[in-house]
Design a protein around this ligand. Structure first.
Ligand code: HEM
Length: 198
């Protein structure tokens, strides 16, 4: 492998994100296991509230200047409406929450969106749990965990391609990674205090 090829491979943004947030992803597994969100509908509702608030943070970022140029298919992404409909199925009306991403700029915003899009992959597993343990479906209660109509893998691959085609230099990539770490921190904190969400 030539030095140039090696440099390109090492600095791929998607590879960096996966590698540099791996321990945070692992931490999410542990927090999800502790929260035990599929053990009752009450716990699952609290998790769906988190999904709703997190997706609101993410969809707010879709409007950030420059994002639509980098990710042209934003229209199909985001799941806050699905989470809201799921909550309605349980008779829950979210009371609202202050946005954390109000002032997150472009490179960091991509990191937040990465965490949201990546979480659609793990959601395949969560969707099965919701079906099996709580008798929920893509029509009732678990829309927010269902696959995109085109399928999870296709939509994910297209997102990864968009990330890498942004051609960010390493300073900008650092900021995307930081945004992803911030998004994981948001999700982790909310999972830790899940029963406090309203
Ligand atoms: C028990 C819960 C979870 C399970 C079982 C799970 C499982 C998975 C799996 C199987 C993948 C695909 C891995 C691969 O293709 O290499 C994945 C990717 C990912 N998940 Fe999770 N996940 C969980 C929770 C979460 C949560 C709560 C978040 C974020 C809030 C998250 C964020 C991500 C991200 C960002 C990726 C993409 C990693 C990459 O860059 O390839 N996951 N997850």
């Amino acid at each position: 492998m030539s030095a140039t090829t090696e440099t390109i491979q090492i600095s791929s943004l998607s590879q960096r994100l996966k590698k540099e947030t791996a321990s945070e992803h692992e931490r999410m597994h542990q927090l999800m296991a502790s929260a035990d969100v599929f053990s009752s509908r009450e716990k699952y509702v609290q998790f769906t509230l988190l999904q709703y608030y997190f997706q609101q943070e993410i969809e707010h970022l879709f409007e950030r200047e420059g994002i639509a140029e980098l990710i042209p298919d934003l229209g199909i992404r985001g799941r806050s409406q699905q989470a809201l409909l799921d909550l309605k199925d349980f008779g829950i009306h979210p009371q609202g929450k202050t946005l954390n991403t109000e002032h997150v700029p472009l490179p960091e915003a991509l990191g937040w969106i990465y965490v949201s899009e990546g979480s659609t992959l793990g959601a395949a597993f969560l969707f099965k749990e919701a079906q099996k343990n709580l008798d929920l479906s893509a029509e009732f209660g678990a829309r927010n965990l269902a696959a995109y109509p085109e399928g999870r893998a296709v939509v994910w691959k297209r997102f990864v391609q968009a990330l890498d085609e942004a051609n960010f230099d390493s300073a900008k990539q650092d900021r995307v990674v930081q945004g992803a770490l911030d998004a994981f921190a948001y999700f982790g904190e909310a999972l830790t205090y899940l029963n406090q969400l309203k």
